[in-house]
Design a protein. Sequence first.
Length: 274
Amino acid sequence: MSIKTSLLLLLITISGSLYAEDYEYHPQLSDNFTVSLGAFQSDQSFKIDADIDVGANIDFGRRLGVDQSSTLFNTQIFWKFGKQRKWSLGGQYFSSNSRGERTLTEDVAWQDIIFREGSSVESGIKMAISRVFLGRSFYKDERSEFGAGLGLHIFSITASIKGNIILEDGTEKFEDRRVSASAPLPNIGVWYKFSPAKNWLIHTRADWISAEIDEYDGAFWNAIIGVNYQAFRNVGFDLSYQYFTLDLGVDKPNWRGSADLSYTGPMLSITGNW
């Protein structure tokens, strides 16, 4: 057999494995592992208070010029295990680093100082979310699945404002003030998947909590709804809408205040399953 003939047979074999269809409904319902890598076009809002005596949240987008939209990368995994693969372990991670500059048109109280009207300031918000979720399917057939479980969201927030403040004698002084918080928050969650046709999957999930835990008091939602098209046996493309909101009260020595954050928008992903 010639080298050309061998190469041709190898290409035919590889192509056959890519396009082989050994499933009647979307394979994410029957496969053990699913991995998703996506780009998330986020509309975002940041309202933060770092002086609880003042009690007024600062809109970092409107008042301080922080970016109100950005593209974030989003990673998700899903692993089924156990008898009849009814148990699952899921994960998600995304982060953002938004910045802005603005000459203030009104006073801004931040911690124990005031950035006066006319001051030029730089500000930023860093946010990272890691999600781990243990669930169980309570209803499952060849074309649909419903499950629920418990999870943990590990969040990290840093908010900063820096610039010259105007002192009482009219002189200026540079200040760089920032607050940060990091903690795990438990949550409950549900998910549902349905395959209306062989290569199509409609999916949704939602995580939620409202509780007071140590230094934190608040609530969050983390939800996704989307549709996945299985282009090849182990590769698909997903169009989803991500909704994440966090309303948090903080009572720490270096931060007594609150944070009201949101990230919402469409997400395009490539998925792998096996």
